[in-house]
Design a protein around this ligand. Structure first.
Ligand SMILES: *[C@@H]1O[C@H](CO)[C@@H](O)[C@H](O)[C@H]1NC(C)=O
Ligand SMILES: *[C@@H]1O[C@H](CO)[C@@H](O)[C@H](O)[C@H]1NC(C)=O
Ligand SMILES: *[C@@H]1O[C@H](CO)[C@@H](O)[C@H](O)[C@H]1NC(C)=O
Length: 776
């Protein structure tokens, strides 16, 4: 089959080989100490379903996750007063009673209970080596190329090594503990969990047999009925030594190596206990029979097949790049230009995290949540849900442009799960056909409004944004089967909701009640039943909503044309599209207006760039599409940033993409460096506000995507590919390979400096980088 994407290699300038120490500073994060029992220092691996956080202490702790272990069953949270309430709120908004509208919405439309389910850990693996210290030459590393992590140290003349693998092909995690001298390895292994354990057993293999020892722990989410159950098991295969068990732990003494294979399965994916247990046994039997060396080789081959598609070199840091991560992070804060390889490592870390946390693992695969799939808390920040007013979407921004399109499959699975819920909520709350999602969902596809506040709860736009991500998947892959069977039906379902729900206001089709995600405005004086200057969130004809609607209806027209569809949705979308209110530009500030009226904003430094959805990730406000609008968009992002936005990791990462779209490479790179100074925790995870604040993986993904957007752009639907559209002056040497542009076919041609490159483009060098790719 011909590759359907246009692969681009763009020389940034020259390409000297990096100075490599023991650990290539663009590929490895390494440490000379353990995680000191801090989750934010532990190192993450995963196979798209199982996740492991490796702490590396003298007693090893590995926090283990399975991405379908959440706090409970499906819940119907639709507010019992909802029917008719939407009309009442709309009338209040129309009458200018903003505060009263918000109060009515909170009483009659907010979900009950207000929150969907929370993501939960499964178990910890504890491996006690009987070592009172970590000896000398302690080294801990994460390999972002192979997707593996490890620990090594020397104690009493023996070097102990621990290797940790997450295998997508075998569906298990596999760990090898070894000693440099025979018979020197002892370890006591157990699984532990603080809550709701239903069974815990361990047994030693009979001496002399080839059987493995087993520790297992089963638990549930704590409800008396409908609980999510999981079954977890570690199989232990030792070379040399003797094995005993006390019924809860397995102890190995005098061994050369000890291999551990781990799986957990939950009731989310299996209709009964025996099916889940059969699958657990099947995976572990297969992995144990294959053995650690084979499992490791297959896992690494699979991982590197994906990772190696894209290569980035931003120049060498010399010896600065060979230092341990805590030193590099601290040096970077003082002199960011001295370690460009740390930026390359952050780019690679984002791709490592995406491949590790989101794969097609079969039916009901689940996407990366707010923490990817790494979580040790029973009450994680924001329940570690799928927040769909930016965060879940941002998780997948690097997927297409950095050539990892298949990592999006779990998002489509979640949308399939959500569809019947979203239809039920559309009917119950809005009396409409089609689908509606609000600003968060969980593993059940919960579609009801979430939390209780006028700036965030009543936002019926989740499906509009997610269906756009499906369309983008089509633009990058040109997979018409996907367009026909997955994207188009979702676009149609989403549009059917809006054909019913939209109301005419000032001659435009308008969403109301709605809000601009998480941002409040100050109510103008003179509005009835309101208190002037009171902060409110609820309104109608929100700028972001209009951009999402315009995107939805134009995506439908594109899909209809590509599929030669005569569905009535096609002609309806054509009539709705011209009646979406165009962006307003403030006569006071010259900026894109966030709301229908030029309300004063509550937080000039607000973290969400919702009215700039159309600048990035969408392309309604980009310079090549409309210079007037992009000028107004630039004034808004400049205003936000100079007021102090970029105040969370993901917000700072979004700024990178916005400035990349504006062609401002120096500013984009400034925010890349600001992100890298402030937001990575010890293990490079993105955080809400720096070390010690909540972990959120979206910032990592947004940063990787923003860097890619500085190097290749292909938005605007005009067939253009821009190579190196936002180069910072600080990038004086480097190379990128394997980024992907929209609409490619492998038969395109790229014209640089008047020279035409045909076929899959290998290398393009030139000074005039704006190019037109003529696609077959
Ligand atoms: C220290 O550990 C590293 C990484 O495992 C290894 O390459 C190196 O040889 C070790 N050095 C000594 C002195 O043991
Ligand atoms: C195209 O999409 C279909 C439906 O989602 C999927 O089954 C198929 O694997 C995709 N083809 C490729 C080449 O990815
Ligand atoms: C750009 O957008 C403005 C404001 O919506 C509009 O008036 C103008 O016609 C647009 N220009 C083009 C070339 O589409």
């Amino acid at each position: 089959m011909i590759p359907t994407a246009l692969f681009i290699a763009a020389a940034l300038i020259s390409s000297p080989d990096g100075v490599l120490g023991d650990f290539d500073g663009s590929r490895f994060a390494w440490y000379s100490s353990d995680a000191a029992n801090k989750f934010e220092n532990a190192l993450p691996i995963g196979n798209g379903r199982l996740g492991a956080m490796v702490f590396g202490g003298n007693t090893e702790k590995v926090v283990l996750n399975e991405n379908s272990m959440w706090s409970g069953p499906w819940q119907d949270r639709v507010n019992k007063n909802a029917r008719g309430a939407v009309d009442d709120v709309w009338k209040k908004l129309l009458a200018g009673s903003i505060t009263a509208a918000g109060q009515s919405a909170m009483s009659n439309l907010a979900g009950d209970p207000t929150s969907p389910r929370a993501y939960q850990p499964v178990v910890n693996l504890v491996a006690d080596f009987g070592h009172s210290s970590l000896g000398t030459n302690y080294t801990r590393w994460l390999d972002t190329y192979e997707g593996t992590t490890g620990v090594s140290y020397t104690l009493d003349g023996v070097t102990y090594t621990r290797e940790y693998i997450a295998s997508y092909p075998h569906g298990v995690l596999a760990f090898r503990f070894s000693s440099s001298m025979p018979g020197k390895l002892g370890v006591k292994l157990s699984l532990s969990r603080e809550k709701s354990v239903t069974a815990q057993t361990a047994s030693a293999a009979r001496s002399g047999s080839s059987a493995t020892s087993v520790v297992s722990l089963n638990a549930n989410s704590g409800q008396s009925s409908g609980a999510i159950n999981f079954w977890s098991e570690a199989r232990i295969a030792n070379a040399g030594g003797t094995v005993t068990s006390d019924g809860k732990t397995v102890s190995v003494t005098g061994a050369n190596t000890v291999d551990v294979f781990f799986d957990a399965e939950t009731s989310y994916r299996y209709s009964d206990v025996s099916q889940a247990q059969t699958e657990l046994k099947r995976k572990l039997d297969t992995a144990v029979t294959a053995g650690f060396v084979t499992v490791r080789a297959a896992a690494i081959q699979d991982f590197t097949n994906l990772i190696s598609r894209t290569k980035l070199d931003l120049g060498s840091s010399g010896s600065a790049g060979t230092l341990p991560i805590p030193t590099r992070l601290s040096n970077f804060r003082k002199n960011p230009d001295a370690d460009p390889q740390l930026v390359t490592l952050m780019f690679n870390f984002g791709r490592h995290a995406l491949v590790s946390s989101s794969r097609d693992t079969g039916p009901r695969s689940l996407p990366a949540n707010l923490q990817g799939l790494w979580n040790q808390d029973y009450s994680p920040p924001w329940q570690s849900k799928y927040t769909i007013n930016i965060n879940l979407e941002m998780n997948y921004w690097p997927a297409l442009i950095t050539n990892l399109a298949e990592t999006q499959k779990p998002v489509w699975d979640l949308l399939a799960m959500a569809t019947p819920r979203a239809q039920a909520v559309a009917k119950a709350m809005y009396n409409c056909e089609g689908i509606v999602l609000h600003h968060n969902t969980d593993l059940w596809g919960d579609a009801a409004p979430v939390d209780k506040g006028t700036p965030y709860t009543i936002w019926p736009m989740g499906a509009a944004w997610l269906s756009h991500d499906m369309m983008e998947h089509y633009h990058f892959t040109l997979n018409t089967t996907f367009l026909r069977t997955t994207a188009f039906p979702t676009l149609v379902q989403t549009a059917r909701f809006f054909f019913c729900h939209l109301r005419e206001w000032n001659g435009y089709w308008t969403v109301g009640p709605s809000l601009s995600p998480e941002h409040a405005f100050l109510v103008p004086s003179g509005t009835s039943l309101t208190q002037a200057n009171k902060a409110e969130g609820l309104d109608m004809s929100i700028e972001m909503d209009n951009q999402l609607l315009r995107q939805l209806f134009s995506n439908i027209l594109t899909a209809c044309a590509a599929l030669l569809s005569t569905d009535t949705t096609c002609s309806l979308a054509a009539t709705y599209l011209p009646k979406i209110r165009p962006p307003g530009i403030s006569s006071r500030t010259g900026r894109i207006m966030e709301w229908r009226t030029d309300y004063p904003e509550q937080e000039p430094a607000h973290r969400h760039f919702s009215p700039l959805f159309g600048l990035y990730p969408a392309a309604q406000l980009t310079p090549s599409v409309n210079a007037t609008l992009s000028g107004a968009a630039k004034r808004l992002v400049d205003h936000r940033m100079s007021s102090g936005s970029g105040s969370t990791g993901w917000s700072r990462a979004w700024a990178v993409g916005l400035y990349a779209r504006l062609g401002e490479g120096d500013t984009a790179y400034k925010h890349v460096q600001e992100f890298t100074k402030k937001y990575p925790t010890g293990n490079l995870f993105g955080s809400d506000g720096g070390t010690g604040t909540a972990f959120q993986i979206d910032g990592n993904f947004g940063l990787t995507a923003g860097l890619a957007e500085m190097m290749v752009q292909s938005h605007g639907g005009n067939g253009r590919v821009h190579l190196l559209p936002a180069m910072p002056g600080k990038w004086t040497k480097g190379r990128v390979e394997g980024l992907v542009a929209r609409g490619g076919s492998g038969k395109g041609e790229v014209n640089v400096d008047g020279k035409v490159y045909k076929g899959p483009v290998e290398t393009v060098k030139g000074t005039k980088y704006e190019v037109r790719a003529k696609l077959a």
